[in-house]
Design a protein around this ligand. Structure first.
Ligand code: HEC
Length: 502
């Protein structure tokens, strides 16, 4: 508990944390006109002379245990001078005094995990084997090549970047496959050695790749592949280790203080963007006729429908009609004479094919909007003119230039593969390098997070510009409508860039 003079305003918890003012490594700062002194042992253990041009004389002898405690509890410097009002006065019991002094004695001397005088070690949890193995390998190669470029030009403040990858294949294999493997193994083991099954059977929880990387002591994670939140996220949060731009198969949401920084928005955000885009052109129609939401169930489907509902309510449009495939029936005959303003679809490609074929047969004028992950030519078939995709990665004038990326791939002899994963890995490595460079020589997880939060309009070379903030964990917040060009099977811009309104 701290108190701010002179009215003794009570501060507690995070607000009173020393690091908030003195910085994550205790080195202080001079930002905003207030000089916050360095409180690492090197500074407090030595006398300080009056600096040139210093208005107030802050000269003082070296701190002793007793004068240091006095500074913290009574706000008096080692010289006896009363410390400024910004430095809180703390109420500490005996145990807290001991702990705080023990902490201050070693402050700044133990670097964060993954930081050595010569190296910065970061990790990536990627599938290296199994079905997605090739994608994981490609992504790792791109990150390594970005690091190699940085290292070839001297590293970051003389430290070389090192990537370690843990295989996360198990996370990405379909559940039923894993289970049947496990069952076969159990069967075999049971016949040979039944006791072993009990102790080391498939029930045993093996730590995931993220946990293993944290155990190996990485500074941060970069470009890990993931579908959604993971139990190990709590470990990331507790240790304050950021995960920079995961290759997120479903995008990410802005969650305050989350350790995960995403590149693209998730599907519910795209649903909001869909409603926003319709509102721009057909506002009055949306007040008279309800939108239709179609999805294929599950949590993702619910989230999609919920996002459309929330956005229509917010804009005072009629509530949407919600239909679920494959069980629900599509009232396409009715839509033939009374078409809805649009159908907003998210779910499996099979579900989209069912929807589009039904519309082609009975209500060919109805317009469909879906996330760009569903822009699959075989699924879209003859409906190219009636379906628009929500695309956050930049098309037309917004399209990234890619020329640096192409040159980079050539220089490193990397073959073009699954481009969205290679782009994602490249963007992730570039963002990490930028934030680390801005962090300077004093690298901690906390200072890296601060620099990520300070990133504004950063050009990754492979995506629209990236901006993060204290409350913003999705770097690109917006998108365009895109159409599938039937002759080239490529997505082309069908609208200007639309920033996602918060
Ligand atoms: C709200 C901001 C803030 C917080 C929180 C804060 N300090 Fe300070 N601290 C300052 C400022 C500003 C000064 C400089 C005051 C001056 O010199 O007049 C200072 C001065 C000091 C000094 C004297 C340094 C010297 O060279 O004379 C020590 C020691 C110190 N702080 C330790 C701590 C510790 C330990 C904590 C946490 C328990 C803490 N501070 C929390 C702002 C803060």
């Amino acid at each position: 508990m701290g108190f701010l003079a002179p009215e003794r305003v009570e501060l507690s918890g995070e607000v009173a944390a020393c690091a908030r003012c003195h910085g994550p490594s205790g080195r202080g700062s001079r930002e905003g006109g207030v000089e916050v002194p360095d409180i690492t042992p090197g500074a407090l253990g030595h006398s300080r002379t009056r600096a040139v041009g210093e208005v107030e004389d802050r000269a003082r002898p070296a701190y002793s245990r007793a004068t240091l405690l006095r500074a913290i509890t009574e706000g008096r410097s080692a010289s006896g001078r009363e410390l400024g009002m910004t430095m809180p006065r703390y109420v500490l019991d005996d145990a807290e005094r001991e702990e705080l002094l023990a902490y201050l004695v070693q402050l700044g001397e133990h670097p964060d995990p993954g930081v050595s005088p010569t190296t910065l070690t970061v990790g990536a949890a990627l599938p290296l084997t199994g079905r997605l193995g090739p994608l994981g390998q490609e992504a790792a190669a791109v990150v390594r090549a970005v690091f190699a470029d940085v290292n070839a030009s001297g590293g970051i403040f003389r430290r070389k970047l090192e990537l370690i990858v843990e295989d996360d294949a198990a996370l990405h294999e379909p559940r039923n496959v894993t289970r049947s493997n496990a069952e076969t193994t159990t069967g075999l083991l049971a016949r040979e050695n039944p006791t072993r099954v009990e102790t080391e059977g498939p029930q045993r929880v093996t730590p995931d790749a993220t946990t293993r990387l944290l155990d190996r002591g990485v500074l941060a994670l970069v470009a890990s592949m993931r579908r959604g939140p993971l139990p190990s996220d709590t470990r990331l949060a507790a240790e304050g280790a950021p995960l920079v731009l995961p290759l997120a198969l479903t995008g990410g949401t802005s969650e305050e203080d989350s350790p995960v920084f995403f590149l693209y928005p998730d599907e519910p955000s795209l649903a909001r963007l869909a409603v926003q885009s319709l509102a721009n052109t057909r506002e009055s129609e949306l007040r008279r006729k309800p939108l239709v939401v179609v999805h294929t169930g599950g949590e993702a489907g619910q989230a999609w429908a919920q996002a459309v509902r929330a956005e229509t309510t917010r804009r005072e449009f009629l509530s949407p009609v919600e239909l679920t495939l494959p069980d629900g029936t599509l009232p396409v005959e009715r839509w033939a004479s009374a078409p809805p303003p649009a159908v907003l679809y998210a779910g499996t490609p099979e579900g989209l094919a069912t929807l589009l074929r039904a519309l082609e047969a009975s209500a060919p004028t109805v317009r469909v909007l879906a996330p760009a992950s569903l822009a699959i030519p075989e699924v879209v078939g003859a409906s190219t003119a009636r379906i628009h995709f929500l695309y956050p990665a930049g098309l037309g004038e917004r399209a990234p230039e890619l020329k640096d990326f192409v040159a980079f791939m050539k220089r490193h002899g990397l073959a073009p593969g699954h481009s969205s994963f290679q782009f994602g890995a490249y963007a992730a490595a570039r963002v990490l390098v930028e934030a680390l460079t801005r962090t300077g020589a004093e690298v901690t997880r906390a200072s890296l997070t601060q620099q990520l939060e300070a990133l504004r309009d950063f050009d990754t070379g492979v995506s629209p510009p990236v901006t993060f903030g204290v409350n913003r964990r999705v770097g690109i917040q917006g998108g365009q409508l895109a159409a599938l060009d039937p002759t080239t099977n490529q997505l082309v811009a069908a609208s200007d860039w639309m920033p996602l309104t918060p």
